[in-house]
Design a binder for this molecule. Structure first.
Ligand code: GCB
Length: 629
């Protein structure tokens, strides 16, 4: 059973120290822990539960001097400062010189950067506060669910700290049961977007470090024992054949005694089965579903799957929409439901088209998926971190396959066990949230990491951890550790041994060599399926010129054309995702008039204008002219 670790108010000195003590990495030689790694309580399928939304306007205070309000001089969390939500008192102590009630507001969900110019480049602490009415019901528990907050969060309800969380792109739940009271309550959340050398990602990133409560916040009330996790998937043994339509998995009831009854129903597939939990609160199952229609991009069939436990006022039930399909690697092929597939797609950051800011609503998602469909894509690499859950929901509905990745980007502190522990936690949170999404076909554990033994051991362990957590999906990573000399190119990277599918990032024609030089490059690569996970060139939309003129739309097409020629010669190429669907904000991109704070490798500009490159890729995908589909 998963042990909640962050439900005790006022953890001292902080959750992060606790993580370092208890969450040691698996498989790192002498540091291998005996105990299982705990994960903070995390409810699955929250968007299919009845919740009380706390989205809307939250008061905020910018903590310009974080060491005074959020941290004590020793670096511990200060529980007696703004979290008290007291009101200004002219003769009171200094730490009461703040007032949420008259403070301005920010919209939640939403990054703070795009809501007020003063915070556009701000990467520190912002305190959020809101009041809410609540009537606790006997025999229930209530959790505060936070879809994501970048990067570290500390949460107080009615002055009691109920949890801390590190990681900017995955959800977490804080139990508030014992601190809520009838009538008016308040919540204060300090969100710290400060980059940390030992964070994931670390300090260097090529995107805007959007801070804040970037995804939905809600209150979830459940019975004493409730469904916190489930996994319903097509049985995936080595002997699986297209005719095999067995469903298997588990439903987990948190804090249920062994033998607790659980029901699984999929009416459209004729399934209704009664189960019982084991000593860990898990009700495992395997059922036959002969008439099942398998999920695929051509037929993204989803079934209503209803899980329930308990009776009367202790009844807990969730109805999720789940598709069933088999994804596996066979030699150098990727098979979907037993048939080889070719992935035509694009990379996407979670940046909202046109309005800018973090993607956090259905409209943003619909616009991005509209672009992908228009591109003739069947695949998207959600770079470089888990996106809003709406993205995977839309992918499930629209039949777009997904590469999902934790934010382990380039240089991180690979030598530190506590950083490994953070990576495992992020991996667990990502897999737990999205393992029931048929569209997600690949878990990626990293992007462009330096090739050295410490990193290779770290990532190999992480890939194995991912495989243990989810044996039904291939594991991948984007590698850029290739060696190009003249016309020969290799990938001398031992980490490739740990992967099922290799992602290859290379920018021949943009960062190295001329566009034409790509034509004669011959790659020798591991005998595994390969996805060209990044390639491309920059162009400012509307900037025209000759094909050898950098930053023009014409040159972007020219580079892509030659990269496609090169990639198509790789026999094991099974997909391509040019970098990137849209131009995106990156404060490190500072060429005036051309970049102005944007990475311009998009096929579409940030304000939604399609570049020539978009139409070039669109046609290539329509004609299936790249690789060997
Ligand atoms: C990469 C990174 C990506 C960058 C891109 C670029 O290799 O993975 O995050 O934005 O290159 O444009 O340089």
């Amino acid at each position: 059973m998963l042990r909640p670790i962050a439900l005790v108010p006022r953890l001292a000195p902080s959750l992060f120290a606790l993580l370092a003590v208890f969450v040691l990495p698996h498989g790192l030689g002498a540091q291998t822990p005996a105990a299982p790694q705990p994960l903070q309580t995390l409810l699955v399928g929250v968007d299919h539960r009845q919740v009380v939304s706390l989205d809307g306007d939250w008061h905020y205070l910018v903590d310009q001097s974080p060491y005074r309000a959020l941290y004590t001089p020793t670096g511990a969390i200060n529980d007696r400062s703004y979290a008290m939500n007291t009101h200004p008192n002219i003769v009171g102590p200094h730490n009461e010189e703040y007032d949420f009630a008259t403070a301005p507001t920010l919209k939640v969900p939403g990054d703070w950067n795009t809501q007020t110019p003063e915070l556009f480049n701000y990467e520190g602490v912002v305190w959020y506060q809101r009041n809410f009415d609540f009537q606790p019901k006997p025999g229930t528990r209530t959790f505060l669910h936070i879809g994501a907050a970048n990067y570290r969060s500390h949460v107080w309800v009615n002055q009691e700290r109920i949890c801390d969380h590190e990681g900017g792109y995955t959800p977490f739940d804080c139990e508030a049961t014992t601190v809520l009271h009838p009538g008016s309550n308040f919540v204060v959340i300090a969100v710290d977007a400060t980059r940390m050398v030992d964070g994931i990602p670390s300090v260097g990133i090529d995107w805007l470090n959007y801070g804040g409560l970037t995804r939905d916040v809600s209150l979830i009330t459940v019975p004493t024992a409730f469904i916190d996790d489930y996994d319903v998937h097509l049985a995936h043994g080595p002997a699986w054949k297209p005719g095999n339509k067995e469903l298997t998995g588990y439903i987990h009831i948190l804090d249920a005694p062994a033998g607790t009854p659980v029901t699984l129903e999929i009416p459209e597939a004729g399934i209704k089965t009664s189960l019982r939990t084991d000593a860990d609160g898990r009700a495992p199952f395997t059922v036959t579903a002969d008439k099942l229609t398998l999920w695929s991009p051509d037929s993204p069939k989803l079934y209503k799957v209803t899980l329930s436990t308990g009776a009367g006022d202790q009844r807990d039930t969730i109805s999720d929409d789940i598709g069933f399909r088999d994804i596996r690697v066979d030699g150098t092929h990727i098979l979907l439901n037993g048939k080889p597939i070719y992935l035509q797609g694009a990379n996407a950051h979670a940046e909202a088209p046109i309005r800018g800011g973090r993607v956090d609503n259905d409209q943003d998602v619909a616009t991005l998926f509209g672009y992908l469909k228009d591109l003739n894509a069947n695949f998207v690499r959600l770079a470089h971190y888990p996106h809003d859950e709406r993205m995977e929901r839309a992918a499930d509905r629209d039949g777009i396959m997904v590469w999902s990745e934790i934010p382990l980007w380039q240089h991180i502190s690979f030598e530190k066990p506590e950083v490994y522990a953070k990576a495992v936690t992020m991996l667990k949170e990502m897999i737990r949230r999205d393992r029931n999404k048929a569209s997600v076909i690949l878990w990626s554990v990293s992007n462009e990491t330096p090739n050295n033994p410490t990193r290779t051991e770290f990532l190999t362990n992480l890939a194995n951890e991912a495989r243990t957590l989810d044996p039904t999906r291939p594991i991948t990573s984007a590698l850029n550790t290739s060696h190009i000399e003249g016309t020969t190119a290799t990938l001398p990277d031992l980490f490739a041994n740990a992967l099922d599918v290799i992602g290859l990032n290379q920018y021949v024609g943009w960062y190295t060599g001329t566009p034409e030089s790509a034509d004669s490059i011959q790659w020798t690569l591991p005998q595994k399926p390969l996805i060209a996970s990044e390639f491309g060139a920059e162009a400012k939309q509307g900037n025209h010129g000759a094909t050898n003129q950098r930053w023009t739309e014409e040159q972007q097409v020219f580079v892509l054309q030659h990269q496609f020629t090169m990639l198509s010669k790789i026999p094991q190429l099974r997909g391509d995702t040019p970098w990137i669907l849209m131009d995106f904000r990156s404060p490190t991109r500072n060429i005036p008039k051309l970049q102005d704070g944007y990475n311009r490798k998009g096929l579409i500009s940030e304000d939604g204008k399609k570049k020539q490159a978009f139409f070039f890729v669109q046609k290539a995908y329509k004609d299936h002219s790249v690789g060997k589909p």
